[in-house]
Design a protein. Structure first.
Length: 367
């Protein structure tokens, strides 16, 4: 039996959600998450998964953090009421740049926001977020680019105007200095992938999927590898009902290499995430029917399954979900996959799995 270790007692009874991880090339990684009614926290772990810095409060009030590499550590973006905020953390956990607002148009608390941040190939970064208002019910998707010193490269750019509010977006960098964004168009119920060049100009856009009421698309996530290949995932579902999750693998020339249906459940696969490194794409999802979290590796070129769906063993009962996955390649070519998920009655959990069969490498910790 695998046991979960090292809880943090003072946070045991407080809801902790939306955890994400980001690796550095040396294998160290940052985990950031929200604590209900308090704010955004982060921890930093060594390549062997021992803690370097634990449970540091970053901003309050704030929500829905996202993290990516910087030259000296990590950039973190977060939603703080009507602001989208950005900051920089060193590899030792020092706040190098305190959180500051980057959006010129305010978002509505609990509706807009949900930023995602991606490191660009030249050391800069891009932040994407959704803007929403409920009266009238409209929205849009923004991005804003920065250099490595967090100096803006122009103003925030509205690149998608939406007929209905509420469309989270996700971004990933491309090797030529550009980036790609996955997003959902509410109302039309479409899932899109949009490419931008190194100047921030849109150069291509493709529709990935189309929903129909009551199966509404949502939760898009995208990642890229050093060759510019793309892995993207999303779900179609109805609130409190049927859920399906899918994945797509695309070439650097924007051609679809494979389409994937995630999980074995027919109508209960939800909240997918994806990471791609080298020729391997790893997808994670929750099975709302069984209350389990799954992870599976695929060949990034063909879409062929490398492993069967794997659910890490746990020593507690209850539903689990909201998985997040990050990858790191060691010198020997073996992948570490950091899989984080949420227990809906307990704090977040983090597990370390390896690439060979996606077996659990070692039990790890909560925070």
């Amino acid at each position: 039996m695998i046991s979960v270790q090292d809880t943090v007692p003072e946070m045991q009874s407080i809801g902790q959600h939306h955890a994400v991880a980001s690796h550095r090339p040396d294998g160290t990684y940052l985990v950031t998450w929200i604590v209900e009614d308090i704010g955004v926290y982060f921890s930093i772990y060594e390549a062997d998964h021992t803690p370097r810095v634990e449970a540091v409060e970053l901003a309050s009030p704030a929500a829905k953090p996202s993290a990516t590499l910087s030259a000296d550590g990590w950039f973190i973006a977060m939603d703080s009421q009507t602001e989208i905020q950005l900051c920089e953390i060193s590899a030792d956990g020092e706040v190098l740049v305190a959180p500051f607002a980057i959006n010129s148009v305010a978002t509505e608390t609990g509706v807009g926001g949900r930023p995602d941040v991606a490191a660009l190939s030249d050391g800069g970064l891009v932040v994407v977020w959704d803007w929403s208002q409920t009266d009238p019910d409209v929205g849009g998707i923004y991005y804003r680019r920065f250099d490595e010193d967090l100096v803006p490269r122009g103003d925030d750019v509205l690149f998608a105007v939406l007929e209905k509010a509420g469309s989270p977006a996700d971004a990933a960098s491309l090797p030529d200095g550009g980036f790609v964004v996955s997003w959902v168009e509410p109302g039309a119920e479409l899932v899109w992938l949009t490419w931008f060049d190194d100047q921030g100009d849109q150069i291509d856009q493709q529709r990935l999927d189309e929903g129909s009421d009551p199966l509404i698309p949502g939760r898009p996530n995208v990642d890229t590898n050093a060759a510019g290949e793309i892995a993207v995932t999303w779900r179609l579902g109805e609130l409190g009902g049927e859920q399906h999750s899918f994945g797509s693998l695309l070439s650097p020339q924007h051609q679809t290499l494979a389409m994937l249906t995630l999980g074995e459940a027919e109508d209960a696969v939800n909240r997918p995430d994806v990471a791609i490194l080298g020729s391997t794409a790893v997808f994670a999802w929750e099975d709302a029917g069984t209350g389990d979290v799954y992870i599976q590796a695929f060949d990034a070129h063909s879409g062929a399954a490398i492993t069967a769906p794997y659910t890490p063993p746990v020593d507690f009962d209850g539903a689990q979900g909201r998985p997040s996955v990050s990858m790191y390649s060691e010198d020997d070519g073996v992948f570490d996959v950091v899989l984080i998920w949420e227990h809906f009655l307990l704090p977040n959990y983090i597990k370390i799995v390896d690439h060979a069969g996606l077996e659990l490498r070692r039990p790890h910790r909560t925070w």
